[in-house]
Write a protein that binds this ligand. Structure first.
Ligand code: DGJ
Length: 367
């Protein structure tokens, strides 16, 4: 009998040793994705930063059940050299135990993204923040910084961006797209003008750092009727007041930007809560636009619901040409921790893109 006392811990130890040696060798979209400890990766609505030969994946740490749709823990970070095998680096931004804090436990903290600022040598994290107990009403953005990539990140502030600033209109913007707050022409302009004094709503979001080192915050504004592409200041911790309105009047969420052959690409989704809907893609010659809408990039079975997912990031694969991975979340709102990740390669057809479903694939697809 006494041997049983040792048998169970020994079996657990052997199992974890066996797991530690069994390397992940491909992407299996929608499947459980174990980290180095054998635990399903917990980094939803995430983004990836590549720094000094290592990828860092930051995402929402979710807990089990419906409660997991709120931020009970914070932002989880993982690291990887090969994109298949991820090491748990722990919580990089923790929610606060102080109920008065903007990022109090129980708030909604979504879609965290991290960029590195070469000038300040700081890592800067932005996220969508909804204050505790206010559902999705606050529509703020939050920012936190760290000297170390994995954190801990210190929360700085949360707010609605670009208060008092009118949009920048890139060359080629039709007169009919310009807002006149004395006479808003439609619903989205009405929301824009309502929010002008206090700052624009900022919900689903992403960050993009251009070749010249300028960083941009792209977010759903105006009750999600418009996407704003907004310039960040030189240290990436605030907005400059320069921004453009993209695809106004159509509700778009989940923006993910990338650049290929000098063209800016953006993939987004419709606005149907946690339920999947068709993805949409856009291109532009300047980051501020005008952006051209191209419809749904997904092809084949399940394309009409983005294969069950919603865009969250597009990852350029380091060292490979024309290699971009479309990353989506397959949400599980009833048991948030069970959300899955869909990683699929982007196929270029000239300057057009396609996303096809694959049950399993690896980076050799880009060779
Ligand atoms: C869709 C968004 O993309 C998610 O980040 C989240 O805000 C859900 N809506 C909430 O319903």
């Amino acid at each position: 009998m006494k041997y049983f006392k040792f048998l169970l811990p020994a079996t657990l130890l052997l199992n974890s040793l066996a797991f530690a040696q069994s390397k992940v060798k491909n992407f299996t979209p929608g499947a459980i994705w174990p980290d180095n400890k054998g635990v399903h990766i917990n980094a939803h609505g995430g983004g990836i930063l590549f720094k000094n030969g290592t990828y860092y994946w930051f995402g929402e740490h979710k807990i089990a059940g419906g409660a997991g749709n709120k931020a009970m823990i914070g932002v989880h970070c993982y690291s990887s050299k090969d994109l298949y095998n991820w090491k748990d680096q722990g919580i990089s931004l923790s929610v606060s135990e102080d109920p008065e804090n903007d990022i109090a436990k129980g708030c909604i903290l979504e879609r965290p993204k991290v960029v590195y600022n070469a000038k300040t040598k700081k890592y800067v994290m932005w996220f969508h923040l909804e204050l505790n107990g206010q559902s999705y009403k606050a529509a703020r953005t939050g920012v936190a910084i760290s000297d170390k990539v994995t954190g801990p990140y210190a929360f700085i502030k949360s707010y609605r961006p670009n208060a008092g600033f009118m949009p920048f209109y890139p060359e080629g913007t039709p007169e009919s797209d310009k807002v006149n707050c004395e006479q808003p022409k439609n619903k989205s302009e009405g929301f824009f003008c309502r929010d002008l004094p206090g700052g624009q709503m900022a919900r689903d979001m992403n960050l993009f750092v251009d070749d010249d080192g300028k960083a941009y915050h792209i977010f759903s504004a105006e009750e999600n009727f418009t996407l704003d592409v907004a310039e960040l200041n030189a240290d990436y911790t605030g907005h400059t007041g320069k921004y453009s309105r993209v695809y106004a009047g159509h509700q778009t969420e989940a923006p993910a930007l990338f650049k290929h052959n000098g063209i800016y690409y953006m993939i987004g989704s419709g606005t149907t809560g946690w339920a999947p809907n068709p993805a949409r893609w856009f291109t532009a010659k300047s980051i501020y636009g005008p952006w051209t809408y191209h419809g749904n990039p997904c092809i084949g079975k399940g394309a009409e619901i983005t294969f069950g997912g919603q865009s969250t990031y597009v990852l350029p694969v380091s060292g490979k040409k024309d290699a971009f991975i479309f990353i989506a979340d397959k949400w599980a709102p009833k048991d948030a921790i069970d959300g899955r990740y869909l990683w699929l390669p982007i196929t270029f057809k000239g300057n057009d893109i396609e996303i096809n479903w694959l049950d399993s694939w690896d980076l050799k697809i880009f060779n």
